[in-house]
Design a protein around this ligand. Sequence first.
Ligand SMILES: [Zn+2]
Length: 168
Amino acid sequence: MTKVLVLNASYEPLNTCSWRRAIVLVLKGKAEQLECENKIIYSSHYLPTVIRLRNFVKIPYKEINLSRKNVLHRDNYTCQYCGVHKKDLTVDHIIPKSKGGKDTWDNVITACLKCNVSKGNKTPKEANMQLRISPRRPQSQIEFEISKFVMINKPVWSKYIVNIDFNA
Ligand SMILES: [Zn+2]
């Protein structure tokens, strides 16, 4: 199913929709087509990949779940101690739970099994292990979700999504 990136009137990413929905929005004059594929899908319309709404839509802030999957995605599937990049990774509590560390975005980090085991029940300082980033909560739900799509199959979207380091 071809997904279309929907931008707000301000050019900020809003969500994604199906190409059918995108065409309807364009035909009704509610959106303009910014990017398309070289493939005609309906009368003389090309398959859209990015559209922009003509009217500004206000988006409420939505909390992002603190899940293993989301932590790994935030850290770009990279161990934040040794820098190894792979799929099979764990989540480490920077301040161990036994020492009062909490389940919060700034206390969890992606670690490979080797680093997680050698860090054990210590703080990074005690284990003499340096963190590569200061972990924080991802900025916006929309950008977070969309960045997953971009990495998989829509590099053309990336120029519309700022504040995400796709090469990290
Ligand atoms: Zn590691």
